[in-house]
Design a protein around this ligand. Structure first.
Ligand SMILES: Nc1ncnc2c1ncn2[C@@H]1O[C@H](COP(=O)(O)OP(=O)(O)OP(=O)(O)O)[C@@H](O)[C@H]1O
Ligand SMILES: [Mg+2]
Length: 589
């Protein structure tokens, strides 16, 4: 379907208002023509014969009143329709975008997405609320004026309006060109906001490495590219009005030359001729506006194509239509010959032929060197990504067959990089259970050993923690994330280096809380602490995307030359030396 027709479909629910706006436009067009018509009695009767002064004066007032009311009502109502369309479009776009897979967000930057949500929508908004109104309203005025011209002198009107079709061709050509330049302009805008978001979010690293000038230069380059293409847009847009104006001049000159002969021959009164000229003159404004309409429409087509492209992107973790809810986990989670490769790294498997089973209530520890595939493996369970081979089964049901909400509703997660929102401490802890009571939130915070530092914050649980929790320390952020997982009370728990940012003392305390939490749950734990791993029911050792060893602590330690034994020797047994072998990802977080 063409983007314009799709946009129109968004306007369909507001057709009542649209109809009233149309009526107001008709009034506007009629009043405009009426005003031009009044020029004739002004000349022929008021000025020459000194008659009907008050009638004409009242008529002028009435015509202006009608025109003003029509203009106001139509502008307001059309803007109302336009804003509604934009509102619906924005909400749908946001929802669709958020529903996309993790891979989608990896391939597009926040800046790009924001740019579509703001700049492209603004382009569309201009058209639906202003341009369409202009198109209809000014067309009606033009029809009114043209009617008047023809009623006075059809021949003269025909001569004056022959130029009109000539304008159409360049108008259409320019429109096509404009659609292309606008698309480029929006792309450059998107790139610029990408550069800016990246620099702003990474501002600390930028400063630490003294890269301000480099970032500024990068931004300057993007801004300059935008400037150039915007100028190209302007060059295209600005061609039309002068062309129109010149054609108007030609029409005027023709009318003057031809009209004076008609008056001389007595076929036209002076008043009629003046009214004719007035109508021609007044017609110019609407025509000029109309010449821009096509340009605006082409621009919004370019923008709406980009919007619909985003809305139409199908999520890579699709939910089967009418997918049933996953019943609560009762028996086991099974990885059956699971393979996985990232979309942007095809051919290079992140996980290969992984098979293991974790029974309900058990704790599985996943260990392996940095980059072995630990995070990739646990990300498959809530379907942030879908397996590319094999299947993950919960109680024998393939997780791709059940609804995403029911699957994710059973999973509590603490991720490697803590995600917090610019909201209060309490709201962050209760993110998974917004209805939780203050007492429940505090209990979760106590279990996560977070209560003490929260109590010390200026407004306690009501303290707003800043974007991404910037006002907290790394360890504090992590404890909030743990409290959130504790409160969510999900039967399946995924902890990806959940305690990595804590010092040994608070880590020990949180570890106890986590151990309590894990007791009646099925947990997948990526940890570096020996105690957690020792307690695990099953340890899965990953090595370059494969399961190298599976077993319990003692079994694995007993293996001579085992990977686990080697890891154990350098990593778990000597936590102080871990700083040197810490995954690179954390250094920058
Ligand atoms: N989004 C991605 N796109 C492409 N490749 C990725 C992506 N994320 C991770 N990888 C690659 O997949 C492999 C496994 O990464 P993963 O994050 O699972 O390792 P990890 O075991 O969790 O490591 P760490 O202990 O450092 O957290 C790595 O080689 C990594 O480069
Ligand atoms: Mg990881």
């Amino acid at each position: 379907m063409s983007p314009l027709r799709r946009l129109l479909r968004y306007a369909a629910p507001y057709r009542g208002r649209f109809a009233v706006a149309l009526a107001a436009m008709a009034a506007y067009g009629g009043a405009s023509a009426w005003l031009a018509y009044l020029v004739k009695p002004i000349f022929d009767e008021v000025l020459i014969k000194q008659q009907s002064l008050s009638t004409v004066a009242w008529a002028i007032l009435a015509a202006y009143l009608l025109k003003g009311l029509g203009s106001y009502a139509s502008s307001y109502l059309m803007a109302d329709v336009g804003q509604h369309v934009v509102l619906d479009l924005r909400n749908e776009m946001f929802r669709r975008t958020l529903g996309q897979s993790a891979a989608f967000f990896k391939s597009r930057s926040t800046g790009q997405l924001l740019s579509r949500l703001t700049n492209d929508i603004a382009q569309v908004q201009q058209v639906v609320s202003e341009t369409v109104a202009d198109l209809l309203r000014e067309s009606m005025a033009v029809v009114g004026f043209a009617g008047l011209l023809f009623s006075y002198d059809a021949g003269l009107a025909l001569v004056c309006l022959t130029g009109a079709p000539l304008v159409m061709y360049p108008l259409v050509k320019l429109g096509q060109r404009l659609r292309r330049t606008t698309k480029r302009s929006q792309e450059h805008l998107e790139h610029m906001s990408h550069v800016a978001t990246e620099a702003f979010t990474g501002h600390r690293i930028v400063k630490a490495f003294g890269a301000e000038e480099r970032e500024a230069a990068r931004f300057g380059l993007a801004a300059r590219a935008l400037y150039r293409v915007n100028l190209a847009v302007t060059a295209t847009v600005s061609v039309m009005p002068p062309v129109m104006e010149f054609l108007g001049g030609v029409a005027m000159a023709t009318a003057l030359w031809y009209g004076s002969r008609e008056i001389g021959a007595g076929r036209l009164t002076e008043g009629e001729f003046t009214a004719f000229l007035a109508a021609l003159f007044l017609m110019y404004g609407p025509l000029k506006k109309l010449s821009r309409v096509n340009a605006n429409i082409q621009q919004s087509i370019a923008a709406s194509q980009r919007i619909f492209e985003l809305i139409d992107t199908r999520s890579e973790v699709p939910e089967a239509p009418g997918a049933p809810a996953l019943p609560p986990l009762a028996q086991a989670i099974e990885f059956r010959d699971v393979s996985f490769e990232y979309e942007d790294a095809r051919g290079k498997s992140a996980l290969r032929h992984i098979s293991f089973t974790v029974r309900a209530g058990q704790t599985a520890a996943i260990v392996g060197r940095s980059g072995a595939g630990k995070t990739s493996l646990v990300n498959l369970i809530p379907r942030f990504y879908d397996v590319t081979g094999g299947a993950i089964l919960i109680d024998g049901t393939d997780i791709t067959r059940v609804s995403l909400a029911s699957l994710r509703g059973q999973i509590g997660m603490v991720t490697q990089d803590t995600v917090l929102f610019d909201d209060t401490v309490a709201a962050n802890i209760a993110y998974g259970r917004p209805a939780a009571t203050a007492a429940a939130i505090e209990a979760a915070a106590r279990a996560a050993r977070a209560h003490e530092f929260i109590a010390g914050l200026p407004q306690g649980y009501r303290t707003v923690i800043g974007e991404r929790g910037q006002r907290l320390s790394g360890g504090q952020r992590q404890r909030l994330a743990i409290a959130r997982a504790i409160l969510s009370d999900a039967p399946i728990l995924i902890l990806d280096e959940a305690t990595s940012a804590l010092d040994s003392e608070s880590e020990g305390l949180v570890q106890d809380a986590l151990a309590n939490l894990m007791k009646d749950r099925t947990s997948f734990v990526i940890a570096h602490r020996l105690s957690t791993i020792q307690r695990a029911d099953v340890i899965i050792v990953l090595e370059r995307g494969r399961v190298a060893e599976v077993g319990r602590h003692e079994e694995l330690l007993a293996k001579p030359d085992g990977i686990y034994a080697a890891l154990h020797a350098v990593q778990f047994a000597a936590p102080r030396r871990r700083a040197a072998t810490a995954p690179a990802g954390k250094a920058g977080a």
